[in-house]
Design a protein around this ligand. Sequence first.
Ligand code: ZN
Length: 161
Amino acid sequence: MSIAQDQVVAIHYTLRNDAGEVLDSSSEGEPLTYLHGHGNLIPGLERELAGHVTGDKLSVKIAPADAYGEYDAELVQRVPRRALKGIPNISVGMRLQAQTEHGPRAVTVTQLQGDLVTLDGNHPLAGQRLNFEVEVGEIRAATAEELAHGHVHGPGDHHHH
Ligand code: ZN
């Protein structure tokens, strides 16, 4: 069986940036299991995985546009600290939900300067090329329930309706 739409696929992966730093990795022993073709992985990685079979190892570079998007300077805003009152101990690197003109959005505090706090609404990996080492594990057909939900169910999965 090779990886195609509506299959449940287990992968082991290590993600590095262009500097070679490990950004993420499937946790020890536990593969990442996902439903192929439902937007659960970044588009570039799904495309590279399609057609592969269990045991395949691949090394892929994915451009920002096929990963977390290009960096958008318009998503950076500076606000006075008083706009964030109620949030104690604001520090660089903190992730917050901010109200923006486009609704609530996850932002990262990237700079503190005097009374001003810089909030960046880009995904932390926006603008970065991603380098994945992937090994394909088990592949199986999805259940009807998984297809209806658009994600994988299984041991250790989240519980929901
Ligand atoms: Zn579900």
